[in-house]
Ligand binder design. Sequence first.
Ligand code: SIN
Length: 171
Amino acid sequence: MTGSTWVFGYGSLIWRPDFLWLDARRAHIRGWSRRFWQGSHDHRGVATDPGRVLTLVEAPGERCYGRAFLIEPDVFDYLDFREKNGYERHAVDICFAEEHVSGVVYIAPAANPAFLGDTPLDDMAAQIIRCAGPSGTNVDYLLELAEGLRNLGISDPHVFELEALVLAEQA
Ligand code: SIN
């Protein structure tokens, strides 16, 4: 890849952009929804008890809002390592308020070995409360995400319902 590239972030990239970026903007992509359907053995869980983190699932007609970062090509070395547990780069059209650009997004497809898929939200919440890994607790991942979305003025019922369940359990 040559030249700077836009990367669309919908999960931890939103609230932990610990890499060099040239520009960052609220953005959305079409046809995808954010879901806590990916297992995390390396960040928010361990091999014997994986946490639940985000991936995108195809959702015709939907929009997924997040934050896009313009990065230099060498930053992909870091991002590919950080997103290594099942995520792949996908080409995507990234929409800003006034324009759209070609870019990439990290998606963990259903065929990857760490994929967990759908389950009732109560079970997801229980798993998130239980799990932790080298990057911290699974609860922190969820709460940081929810705050990051609010800071960008983004509403996501899947995330906010899970957040409410987790906070109610911990009250
Ligand atoms: C992303 O944030 O765009 C990818 C998923 C994650 O790292 O949480």
